[in-house]
Write a protein that binds this ligand. Structure first.
Ligand SMILES: [Fe+2]
Length: 235
C-alpha cells in the first residue's frame, strides 16, 4: 500500500491521453485563448465581486459555466451511471492512478470538485483539513492543476501535521499531487496575474475502506459511501 503519512507526492501523467485542458477550454469557450487567461476572456459578470470566503467558495459565478463540463454534475439526475466525456475520462484517470501509483483498487469521489482562482482572489476560503467537513479520516487528497500552478496561484500545504507553516506546491499541468488528508491546506490571494484552474478529489484505498454505519457521514445530502459520493475502480 502507498505510504502517504505526512507526505506530499507529485506524479506525472500523459496529457495526450488525459487531455483535460481541451475539455476545460471547450466548456469555457476559450477557442485560441490560453486557459490561464480566462479572466481576460470571460464576461466580467463572471468575475468575483469580492474576496471569496469559506461560506461561498463553491458558489462563484464561473462555476455555473464550468460544471457544464459534464452532464454527470446535474444533481437532479442519478449520477452514478450518467457520465459524459469528462467524467468518463476522469474514471480512466483514477484507474490509471490505482494501477500505477496505489497498486490496488480505489474508492474515489466520483465527481471531482472544480476550482478557479482568479487573479486577486482565491479558490478556497480558509486553511482546513477536509475531515473538518465530515470527510472520512481514511481519505487521501488528490489535486490536479489544469494550468501551471505556482507561488500564489497554487495550493499551499503545511510541511507536517499541525505546523501551519504553509508553502506553495509548484506544479505544472501534466503533474498531479497526492497528499495526506491530515495536512492542513488552503490558498493565499492569487497575485500571479494568471488564472489557476484545477480539480481535486479524494480516494480511499479499497483495503482500508469501511462502509459508513452512521448517518453522520453526509455532506450536502450525499453520503460518503460507494454508489453515492464514491465509486470504486475495478482493476
Ligand atoms: Fe481541502
Amino acid at each position: 500500500m502507498l505510504d502517504i503519512t505526512n507526505k506530499k507526492l507529485v506524479f506525472e501523467y500523459d496529457t495526450d491521453q488525459f487531455d483535460f485542458v481541451s475539455m476545460f477550454s471547450n466548456v469555457l469557450n476559450l477557442k485560441e485563448a490560453s486557459i490561464d487567461n480566462l479572466h481576460e476572456n470571460i464576461d466580467s459578470s463572471f468575475l468575483p465581486k469580492s474576496e471569496i470566503s469559506v461560506d461561498n467558495d463553491q458558489s462563484q459565478d464561473i462555476y455555473s459555466i464550468l460544471y457544464k463540463i459534464d452532464k454527470g454534475y446535474n444533481l437532479s439526475e442519478s449520477h452514478i451511471n450518467n457520465r459524459g466525456k469528462f467524467l468518463t475520462k476522469f474514471d480512466d484517470f483514477v484507474t490509471f492512478l490505482a494501477k500505477t501509483v496505489f497498486k490496488e483498487n480505489l474508492v474515489y469521489q466520483n465527481r471531482p470538485t472544480l476550482r478557479v482562482a482568479f487573479p486577486g482572489n482565491k479558490a478556497v476560503g480558509d486553511w482546513h483539513r477536509d475531515r473538518e467537513y465530515n470527510h472520512p479520516l481514511e481519505e487521501i487528497n488528490i489535486w490536479v492543476p489544469i494550468t501551471k500552478a505556482n507561488n500564489t496561484n497554487t495550493i499551499w500545504i503545511e510541511s507536517e501535521f499541525d505546523k501551519e507553516d504553509y508553502a506553495p506546491m509548484n506544479i505544472d499541468f501534466g503533474e498531479l499531487l497526492i497528499f495526506d488528508s491530515g495536512l492542513k491546506h488552503g490558498n493565499v490571494l492569487n497575485q500571479e496575474s494568471k488564472t489557476r484552474i484545477s480539480f481535486d478529489f479524494r480516494v480511499i484505498p479499497a483495503s482500508v475502506y469501511k462502509e459508513p454505519d452512521s448517518s453522520s457521514s453526509y455532506s450536502q445530502g450525499i453520503e460518503f459511501k460507494v454508489g453515492d459520493y464514491y465509486s470504486k475502480t475495478s482493476l
